[in-house]
Design a protein around this ligand. Structure first.
Ligand SMILES: N[C@@H](CCSC[C@H]1O[C@@H](n2cnc3c(=O)[nH]cnc32)[C@H](O)[C@@H]1O)C(=O)O
Ligand SMILES: [Zn+2]
Length: 429
């Protein structure tokens, strides 16, 4: 057994309290062995004047979209996707996806993110990058059937199923998968009815965008005569392991359905604000007992992958949406940022506790904007930034030590991404 001790810091415990303690980790199993003091360990990470928290979990993203960061801004969802993003994505090669993914994973590690759920294509490249970077992820191939003939639509869905089967358990178990129809309006009913039961039979969860804009709700109501999530329930897409992104426009029955079925909801406040999609009823979802996590969505609709920015946005937007300053308080946000997302996407992390997986972020508190230290949960939600993260640990391995990423060559990853992004834009121009 090789051990790692994180020494000198304050620990954020699952009950929301903060206590002065060291953390002892078994590097071979990636497990937290003890939380206390005076451990002798093979290796130490210095955390004096730092907060040790569960690693942040990005519950919904398209990580390779870092290549399109700043490429198309200031448009609503449908025009943004059909006029800019989809044509650009059609020009992406497997190598481009790899370069964009590595850039995104670098940004994750530098911002204390240890786990994420990703919907994209060229998933074998994404899985290889995740394995190399040392992160934990639930990956899937996004299916779109609109504008495709039956054979192409079925091939896309089959690919999503095949990818989910192939990569489950990859990277020493750090990679899990899901079947990922893009949304209830971009994938046909026939495809959902044929393929969702196949995923279900293999125990594969389903992840999709749902109720993101009103333009996405109305066509379902018209075609099906029921609300989108009632339709999702009818086609078997609301099960405890399933999770939806957004859930902005929900009625009471849909909120109830999400809570009753245990389907996770990933709130993406920055994307919702940037695309002017609307304000998700997060306090109502929490009151109903739904499992709620946070996600950045892709870098083209955010435009960064900072989960600490997302936390602040969730608190701010949650209050505006509820017209109540006490709604979506800091404790609820920190929960969404860590175990809320982890539970929603089915990752075994999000808790700093003995026996838990050692997926951790260490935040440097020695900064003007984190002074004084009245309440560290408040600081995490409202004041801390990705650049305050000092160390990142996933599965017991140190992915970043003193802001130096250990698993990826930062300069090379940034250079490659810059080159690939420029080449893609030349091809679409
Ligand atoms: N197989 C599909 C790709 C689907 S991947 C998932 C898709 O979700 C898109 N996407 C990113 N952000 C959002 C969002 O907020 N709502 C809906 N779709 C999004 C993203 O650009 C990507 O095309 C194809 O070949 O076009
Ligand atoms: Zn998305």
């Amino acid at each position: 057994m090789t051990t790692l001790a994180i020494v000198g810091g304050d620990c954020l415990r699952p009950d929301g309290t903060v206590e002065r303690a060291d953390v002892l980790i078994d590097k071979s199993t990636g497990e937290i062995l003890e939380i206390g003091e005076d451990f002798s360990a093979d290796e130490t990470l210095e955390a004096t004047d730092c907060l040790v928290t569960p690693g942040f979990v990005n519950g919904h993203t398209h990580v390779a979209m870092t290549l399109l960061r700043g490429y198309a801004d200031d448009k609503p969802l449908d025009a943004w996707l059909s006029e800019d993003i989809w044509p650009a994505e059609a020009a992406l090669s497997a190598e481009d996806v790899r370069a964009g993914t590595e850039l995104g994973l670098l940004e994750f590690i530098k911002g204390g993110v240890t786990g994420f759920a990703d919907m994209y294509f060229e998933v074998s490249e994404i899985a290889a990058a995740v394995e190399e970077a040392g992160l934990r992820a639930r990956l899937g191939h996004g299916i779109v059937t609109v504008g495709k003939d039956e054979a192409d639509a079925r091939a896309d869905a089959q690919e999503s199923l095949d990818v989910a089967r192939e990569f489950d358990g990859a990277a020493d178990g750090r990679i899990s998968t899901a079947f990922m129809p893009h949304s209830l309006t971009t994938v046909s009913q026939e495809i959902l009815e044929e393929f969702v039961p196949k995923a279900r039979a293999d125990g594969i969860p389903v992840h999709y965008h749902a109720n993101e804009t009103t333009d996405e709700v109305h066509p379902v109501v018209e075609a099906q005569g029921v609300r989108p999530l009632e339709y999702a329930d009818d086609v078997g897409m609301l099960e405890p392991d399933d999770f939806v992104a957004h859930g902005v426009h929900l009625n009471e029955r849909e909120i109830e359905l999400l809570a009753e079925t245990g389907t996770g909801v990933i709130h993406c406040p920055a994307s919702n604000m940037k695309l002017a999609s609307g304000m998700a009823p997060i306090q109502e979802l929490l009151d109903a007992g739904a499992t709620v996590g946070l996600g950045t969505d892709g870098a083209a609709s955010n435009n960064d992958l900072s989960m600490l920015d997302e936390a602040r946005d969730a608190a701010m937007l949650g209050k505006l949406a509820a017209n109540d300053a006490s709604a979506v308080p800091a404790e609820a946000v920190v929960e969404m940022l860590t175990r809320g997302s982890a539970d929603a996407i089915g990752l075994e992390s999000g808790r700093l506790e003995v026996g838990g997986v050692a997926d951790l972020a260490v935040i440097d508190l020695e900064a003007p904007h984190l002074t004084p230290r009245h309440d560290l949960v408040s600081h995490l939600t409202y004041a801390a930034a990705a650049s305050d993260v000092r160390h990142t640990i996933c599965d017991g391995q140190v992915l970043m030590r003193d802001r130096v990423v250990q698993t990826l060559d930062e300069a090379a990853v940034r250079r490659r991404a810059t080159e690939h992004a420029a080449a893609v834009l030349e091809r679409v121009a």
